[in-house]
Design a protein around this ligand. Structure first.
Ligand code: FMN
Length: 217
């Protein structure tokens, strides 16, 4: 149940082998912990059936995620803040997430998303496989849509640790999944994901309660 005064957060993601889905759930937890009402949604897949048929690992993830509804423009309109998560594809977001964004033309025309808070998260197989380029390039369409993009400041000190391989940077949350994409997000990654969700909820709440016209003044 959403109370009228509750800040509304949408966590929308694509995940083929489950890592971004795990991060998405942690971002959602963080936002809920800050008192927000949260919708967890996945974007429409574009993988051809013949690819899915050959990959039991993908089939398992699809089955695990089947209760999570497919996101639509109405979810973006509903939310005060949105967290976007996509695996990295050649240093950029997936076509699935890009297609979701490419279907927001009507919202762009109406300025429906202007002034809402947003943040981004990703997962790569390799440590230097393009997390930062994915996170930064995911932000570009968000600026066009008028989102106020939130990063992850070094005040979240878990991102400074050197004891183990982990994700997380000032640009957002991430994880390193290994060559087989089977290395799950670590506890540090999940802690940072919850922190990002919490920060998004707090920022969205502040933007929502700002007196009308203050942002333009
Ligand atoms: C077509 C393709 C391109 C990819 N490009 C990169 C890349 O540029 N850098 C990288 O480190 N991993 C890359 N990966 C690996 C995925 O980003 C990585 O396995 C990620 O953890 C998957 O997230 P998921 O488990 O949520 O699907 C690529 C995978 C595919 C299928």
């Amino acid at each position: 149940m959403t109370h009228t005064n509750q800040t509304k957060i949408l966590v929308v993601f694509y995940s083929m082998t489950g890592n971004v889905a795990t991060l998405a759930k942690a971002v959602a937890q963080g936002a809920e912990g800050a008192g927000a009402a949260v919708r967890l949604r996945q974007v429409q897949d574009l993988l051809p059936e013949e690819v899915i048929r050959k990959r039991p690992d993908i089939q398992k993830v699809k089955n695990d995620l089947k209760e999570i509804p497919i996101a639509g423009n109405d979810d973006l309109v509903w939310a005060d803040g949105v967290a976007f998560g996509s695996p990295t594809r050649y240093g950029n977001m997936t076509s699935q997430m890009k297609q979701f964004l490419d279907r927001t033309g009507a919202l762009w025309m109406q300025g429906s998303l202007v002034g809402k808070a947003a943040c981004v998260f990703t997962s790569t197989s390799t440590q230097h496989g393009g997390q930062e380029s994915t996170l930064l390039s995911m932000m570009v369409p968000l600026f066009h849509l008028g989102f106020i993009v939130q990063g992850l400041p070094y005040a979240e000190q878990a991102q400074m640790g050197m004891e183990q391989i982990h994700g997380g940077s000032p640009y957002g949350v991430s994880s390193v999944s290994g060559a087989q994409a089977d290395r799950a997000p670590t506890e540090v990654d999940l802690e940072l994901a919850r922190a990002l969700g919490r920060r998004l909820a707090i920022t969205a709440q502040k933007l929502r309660t700002e007196p009308a016209g203050a942002a333009a003044a």
